[in-house]
Design a binder for this molecule. Structure first.
Ligand SMILES: Cc1cc2nc3c(=O)[nH]c(=O)nc-3n(C[C@H](O)[C@H](O)[C@H](O)COP(=O)(O)OP(=O)(O)OC[C@H]3O[C@@H](n4cnc5c(N)ncnc54)[C@H](O)[C@@H]3O)c2cc1C
Length: 321
């Protein structure tokens, strides 16, 4: 892992408004991401509640960048860290309530917990969330999906706020959902969502959740340090219907290594930190995979994993001990 380094400049903390939640300066982010790599945030802010978040946004200087972090299951944080404030919503935003067929969830609620709450209430259709290891905020931003369903299929509405803390209500047509994408301004923060379930027996729902879990265990390296699918599947017409993993396999990249990073043997659209990888190793390996796939198939893969922050300065010697 990279040595922790203070980002240059005047102390950001002194320019931020008073809050009831918690600020942490020069805060390591690796532990908050599935890859377990990356440098520190200049400041991490964990709001005490919704009002605390909104007044922070209204009071912070306009020029301070803000980045949202869910469970970091779709993120590669670069080794030089993230300038500005990284917000973790966490527990105060993790409430889940049931109202008839609607599941009302905070953006910090884990997808798996939403699926479990829906099952207990006898609401089906949300089983696909059981295997997605993120929060509802991340699922809204990514239009998370699995096994033939995605968030837009169950989406009724969401609440968000802009970078100044002004509240927004979003209907399905405002979300611009596409494949692993929502067309909502990148600096808006999701606060919660209303999802639609359909009445079903909890036992049948539990069976489907178990089947999803079993299939994942068999096909994905879910117990490793990974970021899930690295690249989006290309549009069928550009790759003769082949998925990203097939193109990667055909390009001979299964098991390919760069430093401590490796293309998973089990599912070759997953990159893995085998232990001592730096973010630079992982990103360079991803770029090498893209290069080889372009050479062998002509298809240009698009990153699904979001890469944030700055590379380590040039005089930093590697990311491995
Ligand atoms: C083992 C494994 C399996 C996976 N399987 C799947 C799968 O089957 N299907 C699938 O779709 N994905 C899958 N993923 C990817 C990932 O779990 C999803 O993209 C998930 O929705 C990301 O949620 P997160 O909370 O971890 O978001 P993060 O990774 O922390 O962030 C992802 C993006 O969302 C933004 N974001 C997070 N919270 C908010 C918020 N409140 N408001 C605004 N923006 C926000 C972040 O800024 C970032 O741009 C998998 C990942 C892993 C590691």
């Amino acid at each position: 892992m990279m040595p922790q380094r203070r980002l240059p400049g005047i102390r950001l903390l002194e320019r931020l408004p008073q809050v009831r939640g918690r600020y942490s300066e020069n805060a390591p982010l690796a532990k908050y991401t599935w890859f377990r790599v990356g440098g520190p945030a200049e400041v991490v802010f964990q709001p005490a509640d919704r009002d605390d978040l909104l007044s922070f946004l209204a009071g912070k200087p306009d020029t301070v960048p803000v980045t949202l972090l869910g469970t970091g299951s779709n993120l590669l944080v670069r080794d030089g860290g993230v300038p500005g404030v990284v917000i973790r919503l966490g527990r105060p935003f993790a409430q889940i309530d049931i109202d008839g067929r609607e599941v009302l969830c905070g953006a910090g609620a884990l997808d798996a917990n939403v699926a479990k709450a829906a099952r207990l209430a006898g609401l089906g259709g949300l089983e696909f969330l059981f295997g997605v290891p993120g929060t509802i905020g991340g699922a809204l931003r990514m239009n998370a999906g699995a096994y033939g369903a995605e968030l837009r299929d169950v989406f009724l509405g969401a609440e968000a706020c802009d970078r100044s803390g002004v509240l927004k209500t979003l209907a399905p047509q405002d979300m611009g959902f596409g494949y692993r994408h929502a067309q909502v301004p990148t600096d808006w923060i999701f606060l919660g969502a209303r999802l639609l379930g359909r009445p079903d027996s909890p036992d049948r729902i539990a069976e489907r959740m178990a089947a999803i879990q079993g299939e994942r265990d068999d096909s994905q390296p879910i117990r490793t340090r990974t970021g899930g699918s690295t690249f989006k599947n290309p549009p069928p017409e550009t790759a003769d219907g082949r998925k990203a993993w097939q193109l990667i396999d055909e390009a001979g990249c299964r098991g390919l290594r760069r430093g401590g990073a490796m293309v998973s043997e089990k599912h070759c659209n997953f990159l893995i930190n085998t232990g001592g990888a730096s973010a630079a190793d992982i990103e360079a390996l991803g770029e090498e995979v893209r290069r080889r796939v372009r050479e062998t198939s002509g298809v240009v893969l698009e990153w699904e994993i979001r890469r944030i922050g700055l590379p380590a300065p040039a005089n930093d010697v590697g990311g491995r001990p």
